[in-house]
Design a protein around this ligand. Structure first.
Ligand code: CAA
Length: 293
């Protein structure tokens, strides 16, 4: 096994422009974090202009919110806003030295995204993946320069959760790892370096909690009962609230990946797949009170 140690800090390369592939829930949250903390140009891409515009609108709204709360000045909001741009043309990534993806959690899709990005960027550009449970080795395997691929796994809500998992894949080189650690420090996240194992560290543990909660439902206990039973554990959110936060499709995918890797230790959930199409577990009444689905 490759040792999981911290690389020499002096190997880190500067990050002067960031490319973000995907403009969805996670990607737009960390695009905002990159621009705030690194104060460098951030360019966002997605499958079509409508998705890009949605990501840009999220960032603009969040910057407005930070200004209204007095966390940033109007000048800073304007400056940060001007640093963020959108594109549907990967040629605009040419001078990025850091590209991070948060596209759909499917190996083939992520492999294809990085293969396309690699055609447009220099050989030293770091390619970071926010995958939550896929193998970073596999994501990198078809690339010309797999040594510049690293896992960079944020937690939701990105602005609040202090942890970041930096995944040291088999072929990730020390320069890439050092750049990832330096970038995490600039983002003010507590980074831990993990091995490239299914679910890394945190999702392996979360998948256990979420999987067992769903399994209780799948075997006949109603959602509300399981939810009420978990509350006294004092977690900031119950298993089902957490599933709604991360997105039911992502949650179902995390459970499936763990089940595929360790069939005797993790459950898949038929109910979670059913609800993933519906988009949420709990219905809320007009007063925001939860009514079970
Ligand atoms: N975006 C930005 N800021 C947010 C936010 C969001 N979505 N949600 C909450 N916040 C901020 C609030 O603005 C508030 O900040 P201030 O104190 O500075 O005003 C702070 O967080 C606390 O919020 P609240 O008082 O409203 O609520 P809370 O105390 O209940 O905390 C929570 C909310 C931080 C989300 C908390 O419930 C929590 O920690 N939940 C667990 C989250 C978790 O486990 N995430 C990991 C999910 S797994 C994952 O993401 C990985 C994966 O691959 C699937």
């Amino acid at each position: 096994k490759k040792p999981v140690g911290a690389p020499p800090k002096e190997l880190a390369r500067p990050v002067t422009k960031v490319g973000v592939v995907g403009a969805g829930l996670m990607a737009s949250q960390f695009a905002l974090l990159f621009v705030r903390r690194l104060q460098v140009p951030v360019v966002i891409t997605d499958l079509d202009q409508a998705r890009v515009d949605k990501g840009l609108a999220f960032i603009r709204d969040e910057l407005d919110g930070l200004r209204e709360k007095g966390r940033i000045s109007q000048d800073e909001a304007n400056r940060l806003r001007a640093l963020v741009s959108g594109t549907t043309d990967l040629a605009d990534f040419a001078d990025c030295d850091w590209v991070i993806e948060a596209v759909f959690e499917e190996l083939g899709v992520k492999q294809q995204v990085f293969a396309e990005v690699e055609r447009h960027v220099g050989p030293e550009t770091v390619l970071a993946t926010n995958t939550s449970s896929l193998s970073v080795d596999r994501i990198a395997e078809r690339l010309e320069h797999p040594e510049r691929v690293v896992g960079f796994h944020f937690f939701n809500p990105v602005a609040v959760m202090p942890l970041l998992e930096v995944v040291n894949a088999t072929r990730t080189d020390e320069t890439t790892l050092a750049t990832a650690m330096a970038t995490a420090a600039k983002l003010k996240k507590n980074a831990v370096i993990t091995a490239d194992a299914p679910g890394f560290v945190v999702n392996r543990i979360l998948a256990k909690l979420l999987g067992e909660a769903m399994h209780a439902v799948d075997t006949g206990t109603p959602f509300e009962t399981v939810d009420r039973a978990i509350r006294p554990l004092g977690l900031p959110m119950t298993a089902f609230e957490l599933l709604e936060l991360v997105g039911l499709k992502v949650g179902a995918h995390v459970l499936d990946t763990h089940h595929a890797a360790f069939p005797d230790r993790f459950f898949e959930s038929a109910n979670l797949h059913r609800l993933a199409d519906h988009g949420r577990i709990f219905e809320r009444d007009a007063k925001g009170k939860v009514k079970g689905v």
